[in-house]
Design a protein around this ligand. Sequence first.
Ligand SMILES: Cc1cc2nc3c(=O)[nH]c(=O)nc-3n(C[C@H](O)[C@H](O)[C@H](O)COP(=O)(O)O)c2cc1C
Ligand code: SF4
Length: 644
Amino acid sequence: MTTELFTPHNIGTCTIPNRLIVPAMVMNLCTEDGFITERYIKYMEEKAKGGWGLLITEDYGVNEHAKGYRCIPGLFKDEQIEGNRKLTETIHPYDSKISAQIYHAGRQSRHLVNGNVQPVAPSAIKDTFCLDMPKELTKEEIHQIVKDFGSTARRVKESGFDGLEIHAAHGYLICEFLSPFTNKRVDEYGGCFENRVRFLDEIYAEIRKNVGPDFPVQVRISANEYLLGGRTEADAYELARHLDEIGVDCIHVSNGMYASPIEKQIIAPMYTKHALNMDVAEQIKKLVSCPVIVTNRINNPNMADTLIKMGKADFVGMGRGSLADPYLPNKAKEGRMENIRYCIGCLQGCEAGLLNDDCATCLVNPRVGREYEKELTKTENPKKVMVIGGGPAGLMAAETAALQGHDVTVFEAKDTLGGAFKSAAYPLGKGELSTFVSSLRKSLDDLNVPVLLNSEVTEETIRDFHADAIIVATGSRPLHLTIEGIDNANVFTAEDVLLGKKDIGFGPVVVCGGGEVGAETAHYLTQTNQNITVVEMQNDILNDMMPLSRQCLLGYMKETGIKVITNAKVSRITENAVEYTDVNGETVSVPAETVISAFGYRAYNPLEETAKKYCSNVQTVGSAIKAGNALTAVREGYEAALKL
Ligand SMILES: Cc1cc2nc3c(=O)[nH]c(=O)nc-3n(C[C@H](O)[C@H](O)[C@H](O)COP(=O)(O)O)c2cc1C
Ligand code: SF4
């Protein structure tokens, strides 16, 4: 179906071989003083191997204190050129182009990641997330930063890049000048549009002076900031026309700044509709003569192809899509859609990694950022490997082992794959989670790995299999607390309810446990039941959920009228009520026709010791060790297979 994606198109003088672009993504894989590492080069090379038309580097600081994350590279001194030249020379033998994104983080930085220096901004207004009060830039400082952009651009060109992207989006310094939300200046850099755009105009002119008229220079903008008094689409159209007039080679349409609402965030969560910027990109495309890139929540090549066919944009950026599967373009080109590992929008590996001041990674692709450690080539010493458990950890272990040429068999006790991840796709907004297990299944099929369903492993199975290595990935089981009435006929596990094994009536429902599973199950049930209460022992719910997704779900729970009771320890379940002890030690009763047990999960590991009796190479991974974190489980499955 992909008819448009694999046609070349120009950005200025540079011919991009296809329409799939990796937008800039901070990975935190470089050095604190801004030097490229072998690790970063390998990470980028994997994408070039995977067939992306244009790779845009992460945002390079234009001076020593311009960065917003600890370990991003820069091109603010000549010594940094050598490493970048190595990067461009690594990419160019493939059919990919590479551009550098350059930026100044402005107020969206912290002294902690930035050499202990106070952030700067057009006006002294704190960002709601970074929380360091920025210093208002003087005009002299503004002029210096303009020069820094120019000299960085010169180094970009000298490093052999095919172009550069000025980062004027996402609430960083240039965006802060553009937006009346953050720019309250009354000099020639603030006030009307012409004044707010002056900083960008001067930067563009300085860059052109340094790189000449033919070097492709594109600009990334936030088309809407979704903030009271922030820039909106109408402002974006005006800006796009202006950029076209001053001669930029391409406009990259994104959205948001750190302060924007969660569902309109720069890195939109799974609850956000796909391709949220497509309509504004289309309007911009009608207004300008240069090509347009659209990005955010596009994770599927057929959707990308359709957007291009519809005239929404000339290129499609897929950031997380490229983390989840660096080989997405090649797979799409070969029509192997089922093999694509789609980004599921969970934010658990990528954004959460950065929020924790760590490297970005990916839940569905634990190899990302670790490509430098080991090539997945065929081993000369293939082993007979038994994988016990067909959840994400076991399947990832099996795939990674099989890719290295091991002789792998997966045993799964149930009649379906996915473990707890299967039911995790049922809550509202989470359907895409199924793609992960489904693509692993397809991959194992292609690798001729036997996957034995309904195969409960016993001591005899292990003894008779004669494995050289065993990976135990038996996952977790719901916690079964010793509470009076827990075995009553009206009590069901969240998993059974989500999987449709139990039908819930219209009467009052009490969900015991306000973690992610309990809260999501409650929200799921609001489709057919309007009387739902969540009872949680801690003083808040959803403490185990990724913070940004958590905020969304909290909002949905409120909207749908789910009642939440915290600091409440369930003490007894009857045929028509749940009793709990409140903070004062009082017993309180809530009516309940149905009770859903979502107290959490416990590790389930009945086979490790038995496995060790028959095999000297046994590794236990994922929730079989500690319940509850798919990111860790998948990573451990991958690592176990590397260690075989
Ligand atoms: C880990 C991570 C780091 C990012 N860093 C940058 C960055 O350095 N510069 C930038 O313009 N956008 C950055 N972004 C935003 C992406 O370029 C992209 O706009 C966003 O992820 C939404 O697109 P997607 O749904 O295709 O991922 C980052 C996104 C992620 C996931
Ligand atoms: S961690 Fe989740 S959101 Fe981030 S790239 Fe991977 S699948 Fe997508």
